[in-house]
Write a protein that binds this ligand. Structure first.
Ligand code: PGA
Length: 364
């Protein structure tokens, strides 16, 4: 059924039935008779549920996925969007190839929906708060390097606020930036956005040291003060395009007039660790991804000139939308939690330093 239609086109209805091209006569006529505050027509002819549906379709880029998220059938979604479109007097979506996108009118309605829905969601929390109970939803987008701490912070947060549903999106820097621009989540843990502007709020968060990692059996694991040029002939495992770590590594090599010899590209920090242990090469990883291995595994940090690359995460959100009460509460909670993250990093650093001392002693 849904599978045979192009993505986003609602099953059980034609493209046009979901995306009317012209307003109905009734709608066009009645829309001119507005109430005293000028918005009476929309108040009488649209429903909050329709606005919620439109918000979900724009965010997810598909009628099908919006229907799934809101536990509705596709024909119901199509019918409601058709009614909304008639009330507004313009088509709200158009077909672009196999995808759908909002029309200009759709975008305007979407912007208004977000404000209305966010006000309602905050009201829900404030009312719930009055009853001594916080309820609602938190959408978090984090870098792959932050996935090693975000679930833990969320776990502690949800113990304090058990009524809150959380969704966590883990992806690389480029995708997080896209999500930030698309207002897909409430809050992000990411590096500093390159182009900061008034619309983006960034709050410095925990350090994110990027370290050079090799197998404990690697001959360089027992050496100190290795010049970067000594790595030029090593096989390198690099993250995928779009990764912030990848950009940082290439920039570091480029600053020394060098290019790493890339043997393999992998899109996962965990897969890279396995590849290093498997003897496929060396790589740069976030120290956060190595805290478990620091207790005695098969990975060592190399003492290379210019490393670790000292970076910092930021808590980031778009000012274009009011930060929900839940997101603000989580932000404060995460800031309070930061010392624990730093302590974990310091412990990992100490463990790896002790391991290096042993490896240096063995090789001399
Ligand atoms: P990423 O993370 O490589 O997954 O984009 C970047 C970072 O931690 O700075």
């Amino acid at each position: 059924m849904a599978g045979r239609k192009p993505k986003g086109v609602p099953a059980g209805s034609s493209r046009h039935s979901a995306m009317p091209q012209t307003p109905t006569r009734d709608a066009a006529e009645t829309r001119t008779s507005t109430g005293s505050n000028g918005s009476d027509y929309l108040i009488r002819h649209t429903t909050l549920r329709q606005l919620q549906l439109l918000e979900a379709i724009v965010r997810l880029g598909s009628f099908t996925r919006a229907a799934e998220e809101l536990f509705l059938t596709q024909p119901t979604v199509s019918m409601q969007i058709k009614k909304l479109s008639e009330a507004i007097g313009s088509p709200l979506f158009r077909q672009v190839g196999r995808a759908i996108e909002p029309t200009d009118a759709g975008r305007e309605v979407h912007a208004a929906c977000r404000d209305i829905l966010s006000t309602l969601s905050n009201l829900e929390i404030k009312l719930a708060d009055l009853k001594g109970l916080k309820r609602g939803r938190l959408r978090l987008g984090v870098l792959t390097t932050a996935k090693y701490v975000a679930p833990e912070i969320l776990g502690a947060f949800c113990q304090v606020y058990p009524g809150i549903d959380v969704s966590l999106k883990v992806t690389n820097r480029e995708n997080i930036l896209e999500r930030l621009m698309g207002h897909d989540d409430d809050l992000y843990v990411m590096g500093q956005p390159r182009e900061t502007n008034d619309q983006i709020q960034t709050i410095p968060f925990a350090p994110n040291p990027l370290v050079m990692v090799a197998s404990v059996e690697h001959p360089l694991a027992g050496r100190c003060a290795i010049p970067l040029s000594a790595l030029a002939d090593e096989n390198f495992i690099l993250r995928e395009p779009g990764s912030g770590i990848r950009d940082a590594v290439l920039a570091q090599f480029a600053s020394g007039g060098l290019v790493p010899r890339v043997r393999m590209q992998l899109g996962s920090n965990e897969a890279i660790k396995r590849a290093i242990v498997g003897g496929l090469g060396i790589a740069v990883l976030s120290l956060h991804s190595l805290t478990l291995e620091s207790g005695g595994g098969r990975l060592a940090l190399l003492d290379v000139e210019g490393f670790p690359i000292m970076r910092r995460w930021h808590l980031v959100y778009s000012r274009a939308r009011e930060l929900s009460l839940i997101a603000r509460t989580f932000l404060d909670f995460a800031i309070d939690y930061e010392p624990e993250i730093r302590a974990r990093l310091a412990e990992a650093e100490d463990n790896f330093a002790r391991l290096r001392e042993r490896l240096v002693a063995q090789s001399s």
